[in-house]
Design a protein around this ligand. Structure first.
Ligand SMILES: NC(=O)c1ccc[n+]([C@@H]2O[C@H](COP(=O)([O-])OP(=O)(O)OC[C@H]3O[C@@H](n4cnc5c(N)ncnc54)[C@H](OP(=O)(O)O)[C@@H]3O)[C@@H](O)[C@H]2O)c1
Length: 299
C-alpha cells in the first residue's frame, strides 16, 4: 500500500467516520482539509491540526472556490437523517456538487472514496450478498443512495481519475453501540426480531478500508467493495452474548418490525467482504461481534 504522507486529502462530511479518517490521515502524515456544516465541529477539526476547514452545505456551490481542486484524495462520507428529501440533499445533491467542483478544476481528483451503504441491496432470506448482487435498493432511501453511486460511476471524464465505492454495513465502535446501550438500560424487551443476522463493521476497520483504497496500487481502480466483518451472527445470538457479558437476563424480542432507515424490516442476509480482502488485502481487526464488543466493554 502506497504511503499517503505529504498527500492532500479533502474530507466531505466529518461525522463519526469522517472525523476518524481525518485523525488517521493526519497520523499518517497527510495534509487534511474538510468541509462540515457545523461551526463547532469545524473548530474541533482545526484544533486537531487540519490544514483547512470550510463550513458549508456540501450540496451548495458556495464552497467550490474555497477548496482548491485537484487534491490527491477525496473521501465523501456525508450521511443523512430523516426521509427522502434529506437523503437526496446530502447524498445526491452532495455528490453532484462534488463532481461539479472536481470537473471545474484544472486538475482531476486523484482518488475519490465514497462511503455508501449495504442498504442498496434488496436481498434477504439468508442470501449471501457480494458486489455482483443486484443493488437496486432495498428501501426508498437505499435507492437514493444507489442514485448517488451511479452519479459517481458516471462521473465526467476529467473530474476524477479513479474512484471506489465502499458499501458499509452497520457501523459500530467507540461511542456508537446502540444495542449495548439498550441492554445497559435494563431493557427487558427489545424491538423487532432476533431472527436475522447483524452485518456489522467496526469504525477502525472502515477507516482502514478507506486508507487501503487511497493507497491502492494504480492497477486497482473504479471498484465497489463491501465493508463488513467476516462473521455476521443472528441478532438473538449477539444479544444473548452481550446480556451474559453484562450479567443481565436475556431480554425478549417484541416481534415487531425492527425499523431500519426508511422503515423497512431488517433483512436476513450475509454480506460478504471477500472482494476487498482479495483486491486490497484488507482484513478486519474486528472480524466478529465478539472481538469488537469485547474491546468496547473493556473501555
Ligand atoms: N450508520 C451506519 O450504520 C451506516 C451504515 C452504512 C453506511 N453508512 C454510511 O457511512 C458514512 C459515514 O456515516 P457516519 O456514521 O460517519 O455518519 P454521521 O456520523 O452521521 O456523519 C455524517 C456527517 O455528514 C455531514 N453532512 C450530511 N449532510 C451534509 C451536507 N449536505 N453538507 C455537509 N455535511 C453534511 C453531517 O454534518 P452535520 O454534523 O452538519 O449534520 C455529519 O457530520 C455515511 O456515508 C453513511 O451513509 C452508515
Amino acid at each position: 500500500m502506497a504511503s499517503i504522507a505529504n498527500k492532500r486529502l479533502v474530507i466531505f462530511g466529518c461525522g463519526y467516520i469522517g472525523s476518524a479518517v481525518a485523525q488517521a490521515a493526519l497520523t499518517a502524515g497527510a495534509r487534511v482539509e474538510a468541509l462540515t456544516r457545523n461551526p463547532e465541529k469545524a473548530a474541533a477539526l482545526r484544533a486537531l491540526g487540519l490544514a483547512k476547514v470550510v463550513v458549508a452545505d456540501l450540496a451548495a456551490s458556495d464552497w467550490h472556490g474555497q477548496i482548491a481542486g485537484g487534491p490527491d484524495f477525496v473521501v465523501n462520507c456525508v450521511s443523512a437523517g430523516g426521509g427522502p428529501d434529506g437523503y437526496r440533499q446530502s447524498y445526491v445533491a452532495g455528490m453532484q456538487s462534488i463532481l461539479a467542483w472536481a470537473g471545474g478544476s484544472a486538475a482531476p481528483v486523484g482518488t475519490l472514496v465514497y462511503t455508501s451503504s449495504t442498504s442498496v441491496y434488496p436481498q434477504g432470506a439468508g442470501a449471501l450478498v457480494d458486489e455482483s448482487a443486484s443493488a437496486d435498493g432495498g428501501t426508498p432511501n437505499g435507492r437514493i443512495i444507489r442514485d448517488s453511486e451511479l452519479l459517481l460511476q458516471n462521473a465526467p471524464v476529467g473530474a476524477v481519475r479513479r474512484s471506489f465505492i465502499l458499501r458499509l454495513a452497520g457501523i459500530y465502535g467507540p461511542d456508537r453501540h446502540h444495542l449495548l446501550d439498550q441492554l445497559r438500560t435494563d431493557a427487558t424487551t427489545l424491538g423487532g426480531s432476533g431472527a436475522h443476522r447483524l452485518n456489522l463493521a467496526h469504525r477502525d476497520d472502515i477507516v482502514a478500508a478507506i486508507l487501503a483504497c487511497l493507497g491502492a496500487s494504480p492497477a486497482v481502480a473504479n471498484e465497489i467493495f463491501n465493508v463488513v466483518d467476516t462473521a455476521p451472527a443472528m441478532r438473538e445470538e449477539v444479544v444473548r452474548w452481550l446480556a451474559a457479558k453484562l450479567g443481565r437476563p436475556m431480554p425478549a424480542f417484541d416481534g415487531g418490525t425492527t425499523a431500519r432507515r426508511g422503515g423497512a424490516p431488517m433483512p436476513d442476509r450475509v454480506i460478504s467482504s471477500a472482494k476487498i480482502q482479495r483486491a486490497l488485502g484488507w482484513r478486519p481487526q474486528y472480524p466478529d461481534y465478539r472481538t469488537g464488543f469485547e474491546k468496547l466493554l473493556s473501555r
